[in-house]
Design a protein around this ligand. Structure first.
Ligand SMILES: *Cc1c(COP(=O)(O)O)cnc(C)c1O
Length: 396
């Protein structure tokens, strides 16, 4: 099997699994207990917090453990909204191609009377700091823009956007779920006020993540209850998952340059191969993209059919994002970069992993080429294109 869906989730690293085991086995105490057995768990928790903070360029007191990226996004955005509301500021800026954890949270706020500006994304899948500067108003309380897009992998100019927000004294949150552990993420150096990460996207366990919030930002609870996480996130801490995430993050950060160089080479080899398929186009900027992300639109193809045929060849891939597959709506990300409906349906995302080889890449190129040819030969829509009854969207 070739697993080319690392943007959906990743295989856990062996050392992360091993780091978890003692906390499911012998060290099962509750960190909130006063006896020394509980204190051992408490010490592990605070040690993990310090290590995660070091990886993200912030202070341990700025780290809140959450159940993952979605919860962190929700908490960051709701918190900033409540802070803004108190000052009479109810305008939020984001982009049209955010993850649904951000977009659906903004939908809720809109129903509560917030004014939401979704910036247009350029054809290359990038928004600029200038767009943000132009959109900021006196009543803007938050800018939330993703670090790297989960479908097309494009990387946003986060440090510049952060600088604009800081100059105008507007809170800046970034959903860094696809970025952390893959490209450099540093809160202090990149002018970030709040950021979300999720362990299962960098070889850690599922169901655990982090919200970083700069000191002085009052967080609002999403989960109410006990006084864990300084009262900002109730519920007994998932210590084994926190330990697994910590080790996975340290490992990813320590190997970042090596992995990124390897993945970039594999990515560019794959792009070079898939570029040869006629009437297809890479989605998103060629270079300013995650080292492991490749995403194409092919004319005359249904994404779902492509996935099933690739599955028969032992390939795990994705079309649109995992959350939207199963629905017939084309990906909001592809529409946001201006792809017309008919080609947005024919998208394919291959997200590579560090353990892949050049042979795997060559097998991917061969398989995708075969599948696209096969499906086009069966498609009445494609026949119309060939006969000139319809016009092509892409050049050959
Ligand atoms: C996966 C993902 C999320 C959601 O993270 P979970 O931990 O699965 O809740 C949010 N944003 C982006 C960009 C993602 O890729």
């Amino acid at each position: 099997m070739i697993y080319a869906d690392n943007a959906a989730t990743t295989k856990m690293s062996r050392s992360a699994i091993e780091a978890m085991l003692p906390y499911m086995d012998n060290i099962y105490g509750n960190p909130s207990s006063l006896y020394s057995f509980g204190q051992e768990a408490k010490e592990a928790l605070e040690d993990a917090r310090a290590r995660v903070a070091k990886c993200l360029g912030c202070d341990p007191r700025e780290i809140t453990f959450t159940s993952g990226g979605s919860e962190a996004d929700n908490q960051a955005i709701f918190s900033a909204a409540r802070l803004g509301e108190r000052k009479g500021k109810k305008h939020i800026i984001s982009t049209a191609f955010e993850h649904h954890a951000v977009l659906h949270t903004l939908d809720k706020l809109k129903k509560q009377g917030f004014d939401i500006t979704l910036l247009d994304v350029h054809e290359n899948g990038i928004v600029t700091a200038q767009q943000v500067a132009d959109a900021i108003r006196d009543d803007t309380c938050l800018v939330t823009i993703m670090f790297a897009n989960n479908e097309i992998g494009t990387i946003q100019p986060i440090a510049e956007i952060g600088k604009v927000c800081r100059d105008k004294q507007v809170l800046f949150h970034t959903d860094a779920v696809q970025a952390a552990g893959h490209i450099k993420v540093n809160a202090a150096e990149q002018n970030i006020d709040m950021l979300s990460i999720s362990a299962h996207k960098f070889h850690g366990p599922k169901g655990i993540g982090v919200l970083y919030a700069k000191r002085g930002i009052m967080l609002d609870n999403v989960i109410n209850g006990g006084a864990q996480e300084r009262g900002k996130r109730a519920g007994t801490e998932n210590l084994s998952a926190i330990m697994g995430m910590t080790v996975a993050l340290e490992e990813a950060v320590a190997n970042l340059e090596k992995n990124s160089a390897k993945l970039t080479t594999l990515r560019d080899r794959l792009i070079e191969g898939l570029d040869k398929i006629p009437y297809g186009e890479l989605n998103g900027d060629r270079k300013t993209r995650l080292p492991g992300n490749v995403n194409y639109c092919f004319e005359g193809i249904e994404g779902e059919s492509m996935l099933l045929l690739l599955d028969d060849k032992g390939i795990c891939a994705s079309s649109g994002s995992a959350c939207t597959s199963g629905s017939l709506d084309p990906s909001h990300v592809l529409l946001a970069i201006g792809r017309p409906h008919e080609v947005a349906h024919g998208s394919l995302r291959l997200s590579l992993g560090e353990d892949m080889t050049e042979d795997d890449i060559d097998y991917l190129i061969k398989s995708v080429t075969e599948v696209v040819t096969y499906l086009r030969n069966m498609s009445p829509f494609w026949r119309d294109l060939v006969n000139g009854k319809r016009t092509h969207v892409f050049a050959e």
